[in-house]
Design a protein around this ligand. Structure first.
Ligand SMILES: [Zn+2]
Length: 156
């Protein structure tokens, strides 16, 4: 299934997919944010870090939330480095009707392994929307990667 179809459905029904994300799709949840695997990934192991509350703009975040966000970026970048080299952090701020391609109002941050940032606009139209089965498998793989990192951190 193509993500563009899901996107059209969400817009038509005024649905925020991040406010209704099933618990099983959440890899980690803190007081302020949750981490999930992108349902329409740009690359393999593409993660999203999303505020628990529905906010649209970066400036809506408190200092406490930003501190928590940075802790999560640090942790999950280290996890992804177990398998990937370059990791891009992308803030998706502003409303969906902005200049290009933001598909969910709810502010979110992408951790994208192995991507040249200029190329996002080229892969956007052909993004696959993963089946629940494949998404849960990918979430499981990421959790295993995290365990690997936790073990190697404990050795130091
Ligand atoms: Zn939302």
């Amino acid at each position: 299934m193509k993500y563009s179809e899901i996107y059209k459905y969400n817009i038509a029904h005024n649905l925020c997919p991040f406010c209704w994300l099933p618990e099983s799709f959440i890899i980690e949840k803190t007081e302020y944010f949750f981490v999930t695997h992108a349902r329409a990934p740009y690359t393999d192991d593409h993660l999203l870090i999303i505020p628990n509350r529905h906010v649209v703009l970066w400036n809506s975040l408190t200092h406490e939330e930003i501190k928590n966000l940075m802790d999560l970026v640090t942790k999950w970048t280290a996890v992804l480095h177990k398998k990937h080299t370059d990791i891009a952090l992308l803030l998706r701020d502003w409303f969906i009707w902005g200049s290009w391609g933001k598909s969910v109002d709810h502010m979110h941050f992408h951790l994208i392994p192995d991507i040249e940032v200029w190329s996002i606009k080229w892969c956007w139209p052909s993004r696959e929307y993963l089946s629940e089965k494949i998404l849960l498998k990918k979430i499981d793989d990421i959790k295993k990667l995290e365990k690997k990192r936790t073990k190697s951190t404990a050795k130091k």
